[in-house]
Design a binder for this molecule. Structure first.
Ligand SMILES: C=CC1=C(C)c2cc3[nH]c(cc4nc(cc5[nH]c(cc1n2)c(C)c5CCC(=O)O)C(CCC(=O)O)=C4C)c(C)c3C=C
Ligand code: FE2
Ligand code: FE2
Length: 332
């Protein structure tokens, strides 16, 4: 046990999780854990067990592993590599602003680093208070509540709980909207052209979840409106769409891929896509949007497509994370 003064609190950044390697076996392991979570897929367990093990985990891993290969980096999966950069940059910012070392951990809901690993790091740090900051600006039961469940599970056998605070969402935080708007302006300046349409594409969820009370769609609409307002865009200059649907039931609409095909057919004068719900670039932005959806738009006849990167470890994003930490740790 350490005898030095314990830090006043620690911060836990959490993201979804990603496979350890871009291979069918590693993707299968990742999907098996992720897709078994009832927060993600709520179908009755015996039926879902049959579908998941009998169909999905037999065929999907091979195809998805190829997709992961196309975005994999020397540092591994982009989601984890960028998460590490965010963790380090936030640590440095906190040290600068607070004048002391605040432990910043990075955990994943599925896969590695697991919440159990974080629990061990947390005990070693001596911190007794923990701010949990899921890296999802818009709340959804499928993501944010899943973080909460996973954390609670990891603490089940812990006799001495830390004091806990949990950031539920930050979909309309002024520093978040400002950071998104600055990233759009910077991207347009760099590429040298402004598109006819800015598509704000969010990860979808089944429509049914919204009907059951998940506020996610409302959060996405608010973020999109505030971003359009911050950029001074007229109604016909932007659209909100949803990507990454899975399975057969209807998901939130309009769908990003169908919309891009329509815009391509109409010979729209350029489209930029931003994915404001993704705090780090990952398979769903780098492969699905930047590769697959670009192709859909271009094959339909569209010209000039650009993908605006996620906030990642940009100074504006780290400033936002710092402000969230500062607000939510008042009195600690
Ligand atoms: C099956 C249902 C799914 C729901 C509901 C869902 C919601 C949801 N997901 C994210 C963020 C991410 N999803 C990512 C990958 C991914 N998502 C699903 C399925 C659902 N997501 C699958 C099956 C996959 C894996 C890839 C595939 O098989 O197609 C990722 C990327 C992870 C990476 O390794 O890069 C992120 C991030 C949000 C924000 C969300 C609801 C709001
Ligand atoms: Fe997803
Ligand atoms: Fe996808």
């Amino acid at each position: 046990m350490s005898t030095s003064t314990p830090p006043p609190f620690a911060v836990l950044l959490v993201n979804l999780g990603t496979p350890d390697e871009p291979t069918p076996a590693a993707v299968r392991k990742y999907l098996a854990e992720f897709l078994w979570d009832q927060r993600v897929v709520d179908v009755s367990r015996p039926l879902w067990w049959l579908i998941l093990n009998g169909i999905i985990l037999r065929f999907r891993p091979r195809r998805v592993a190829e997709n992961y290969k196309s975005v994999w980096t020397d540092q591994g999966s982009p989601l984890l590599a960028i998460g590490r950069q965010q963790q380090q940059a936030l640590k440095e910012r906190l040290q600068q602003c607070m004048g002391e070392e605040i432990p910043v951990f990075l955990g994943m809901t599925y896969g590695s680093p697991s919440m159990e690993e974080i629990g061990r790091e947390m005990r070693a740090s001596g911190a007794e208070r923990l701010l949990v900051l899921p890296l999802y600006p818009q709340y959804s039961a499928t993501t944010t509540a899943a973080v909460f469940d996973r954390l609670a599970k990891s603490l089940k056998s812990c006799p001495h709980l830390p004091e806990l605070r949990f950031v539920r969402d930050y979909h309309q935080h002024p520093a978040y909207i400002r950071a998104l708007a600055a990233s759009v302006r910077e991207a347009w300046k760099k590429q040298g052209w402004e598109p006819e349409k800015l598509l704000m594409s969010f990860h979808g969820i089944p429509q049914r979840y919204t009907e059951q009370g998940d506020p996610y769609a409302r959060h996405c609409q608010t973020t999109a409106l505030l971003l359009a307002r911050e950029l001074g865009l007229g109604e016909d200059q932007w659209m909100l769409t949803y990507q990454s649907r899975f399975g057969r039931e209807p998901w939130l609409q309009p769908y990003t891929d169908y919309t891009l095909a329509e815009l391509g057919k109409k010979e729209t004068r350029g489209v930029s896509v931003i994915c404001p719900g993704f705090s780090a670039d990952c398979l769903e932005t780098l492969e699905e949007i930047e590769e697959e959806n670009r192709e859909i738009y271009e094959q339909a006849g569209g010209k000039d497509f650009s993908y605006i990167p996620a906030l990642n470890a940009s100074p504006d994003h780290i400033q936002l994370l710092y402000e969230l930490v500062n607000q939510h740790t008042q009195g600690w």
